[in-house]
Design a protein around this ligand. Sequence first.
Ligand code: HEM
Length: 561
Amino acid sequence: ADYHWPSLQYDALEDFLYEGQRPDGSNMAQLVTPCKLRGGVNTTVAAEWVRLVYHDIASHNVADGTGGLDGSIFFETDRVENNGPGMNNTLSDFSGFPSKYITRADIIAIATVWAVATCGGPVIPVQGGRIDANSAGPYGVPNATDTQQSIVDTFTHQGFSTQEMIQLVACGHTLGGVRYPDFPDIVPAGSNPSATVVDSFDDTHTFDHNIVSAYLDGTTVDPLIVNNASSASDLLVFSIDGNATMQSMNTAESFASTCSTVFTKMLNTVPSGVQLTDTIDLLPVKVSTSSVQLTIGSNSQLQFQAAVRLQVPGSNTKVQMYWCDRYGSDANCASGLKRFASSGSSSTVSSPVSEAMNATLKKYQFVVPIDPSQSISEFWFVVDYGNGTTLVADNGGTNYVVDQDQVLWVPSMSQAKSVLTGADAVFVTAAVKNTNTPSRVYMDCFGRATTNYIAANATYDLQLNTSIPSVAGYNFYTGVATFDFGATMSFDLHSVAENGTSYADMYRQEGLIGVSLAPASTVNTTKSSSVGGDSGAGILAPRWGVGVGLGILAVLGLSYS
Ligand code: HEM
């Protein structure tokens, strides 16, 4: 399907995959980049992450479609099959990042793709939409002491052919190794018996075909081949078809392409009934949904904030944001008048995937004052790449629609209470337009990065707070979310007007409380028709602008071009 903003789940997945971080800037990709060693031990963070994904999907039963990549591993680390500190290290790496639209299972999938890419492996295409299990799944990880037949049966049960089994094990065991003291029958203690020893599967930390070539030319150091004949599972796996599969993977190119294919299958091994999204492709122009906010700024004035991420070829790129009024004679740019401002600041973002693709991604931040009697109905961007090329980024011709200005989250007046009191609570302030006396203002809160790994949601009402003076035609309502929804709490803020009409400020992020933004210096106006917008020369086709609140408000923001 063609992409059209806003598309909340896809937007969140795409941001995370290519930017490596949460909307509040907390960065998960940095934990693994660049192919980092795990704190003083002879293995990589990437190796620990890749072992974990296989142990999660190992619960899959291809016959009845149960199990697979469903995050059940979060409930299984006490099992012998998951021994070694790598599992708990990994879960602690991941625990603060699952969010409303990115499940724990999707975090595991995206982490695998980063791990492979940052260690020099292929860029594996990845989809989202996995659904989390809320309890442990069945056992299913093979042991190094298993017989060849038992190992084959285990992979068959998981849905992998013998050839795919060889490919999976070779691609997995190009990273990391086996640890003492966790596997003392395979890896002996070193000179200091209390120190961890990791015997690597091959001579490099990178994701390369060294594991294959060393096996084929007889120089392998793989501890699951050479250390202990009764735990030589890699030998049993690699040799089962007379080395035909290993020989077919013995170049850099064939190894990368084989691993990409078989890892894609592994990541898409999900319980039947799970509908995965399209492959998460890099969007050349990306409006970060969480950055778009009409609000009351810390200067007590109405302001509009938005950020656009671009793939930029050079350092001379300049970006301007344009917008139309919502009210008055210039509403929806009907008179041809558009307002515009330059970005206040910009920053570079990246993940192992965007780095491996050589994509330089830059985010341009806008904060502009808005006259409440004019407000804002839609916005778009004009990009001057500084090399003679300009681009009007207008969301495929519809512009980016601001669907309402009746209920607005006010991050500058909200507070994560734990900062003050140690109690897990979030104090939320909403601005509600005083031309509407709402019968109810409330917030639907959601958290997935909870301490017990179970997604949580709850609704809290906000009350008119007369101790905060009205500004810019808005009254203030305040309420407290008292549950600990975890690091990625998000909420939808609703106001129901007396006449029954509902308004919503959707998918707001607690993490953005306290983030300060550089305001625009000046706001200009133009009637030029070369900058996009709705002034177009007499074309009168009606156009539907569909905003974030679509699900609640049916179709909003109808305007004419
Ligand atoms: C016959 C099947 C398999 C057996 C018996 C097996 C066994 C093992 C053992 C005993 C370790 C050492 C763990 C530690 O000391 O922490 C290990 C590590 C590892 N395994 Fe496997 N494995 C198998 C298949 C796979 C597959 C299919 C993958 C991924 C696709 C995989 C990925 C890894 C990785 C990346 C490590 C290194 C972890 C680290 O260095 O922290 N393994 N495996």
